[in-house]
Write a protein that binds this ligand. Structure first.
Ligand SMILES: C[S@@+](CC[C@H](N)C(=O)[O-])C[C@H]1O[C@@H](n2cnc3c(N)ncnc32)[C@H](O)[C@@H]1O
Length: 244
């Protein structure tokens, strides 16, 4: 059962994005930070290994991270930004560009990566760099905000990614939205948003963060941020689905 919630112009699905994707039409861009399959690759056995040993990167396991990520369903969209793509580059077309997030911004390296990379389609072939410090308590912004997800991205980073998209990319899909950072960024950028999250805890957090974003008094946007639960997948759609 996939649950659907509408908040302002955003439509959020709690469930497996592979069930939701075939029902969606009108998506202009996919901007996402999927599970990269890092726990799978680190299992060292060429196959997913169940249990804590297979998930070395995070104290908390992430759904889908113990199997290789397949970007195939997403590369057909007109515009795409896919984080972690260096981990599945062999499954991507050779064309496309790259966005690079320098998360040290001059600070010394540590055991974690200095940068993260996103493969792009439809945003030009030049590699672009975004410097934004994000290293434990050393953060360029969003200080004092609770961290909700083990791989939570900065809102500023996702706003920058959205700013790279063509101006006519008005409906943005994040099929792996986690705590909803892409959704918050999309709302701030005045774009419509569709998000999917399989883990109920993160879905609820995403709903709250997106609702709070709509409610921020300094944002001049409509419609109001009231939350509507739509128990059926196809009930009262704000964004067109294939079933309509
Ligand atoms: C790397 S995290 C995204 C974190 C996000 N960028 C943020 O700032 O919070 C990927 C998310 O995809 C979710 N996920 C994994 N498989 C999924 C699936 N088949 N459908 C929907 N969500 C899925 C995981 O539960 C996880 O929260």
């Amino acid at each position: 059962m996939v649950e659907r919630v509408e908040i302002g112009d955003a439509v959020l699905f709690c469930g497996d994005c592979r069930d939701v994707l075939p029902t969606l039409t009108g998506v202009d861009a996919v901007v996402s930070d999927p599970p990269y399959g890092i726990a799978f690759r680190h299992s060292g056995k060429g196959a997913a290994v169940a249990g804590a040993k297979s998930v070395r990167r995070h104290a908390v396991s992430i759904a889908g991270d113990a199997e290789p990520f397949d970007p195939t369903p997403f590369i057909e969209y007109p515009a795409v930004v896919l984080f972690g793509a260096n981990h599945f580059a062999h499954r991507l077309p050779p064309s496309g560009g790259w966005l690079v997030w320098d998360k040290r911004d001059g600070m010394a390296s540590n055991s974690f990566s200095d940068c993260e990379m996103a493969w792009t389609k439809g945003v030009g072939n030049a590699a672009r760099l975004f410097r934004y410090l994000w290293n434990g308590v050393c953060q360029a912004g969003e200080k004092g905000n609770k961290r909700h997800h083990p791989t939570q991205k900065p809102i500023a980073l996702m706003q920058w990614c959205i700013s790279q998209l063509p101006m006519n990319a008005s409906v943005i899909l994040d099929p792996y939205m986690g705590s909803g950072t892409t959704g918050v960024a999309a709302v701030r950028c005045g774009r419509r948003f569709i998000g999917c999250e399989i883990d109920r805890r993160y879905f609820d957090i995403a709903c709250s963060r997106i609702e709070a974003t709509y409610q921020q008094a300094d944002l001049f946007m409509s419609p109001p941020a009231s939350r509507t639960a739509c128990p059926g997948l196809f009930d009262a759609p704000a964004i067109q689905t294939a079933a309509e």
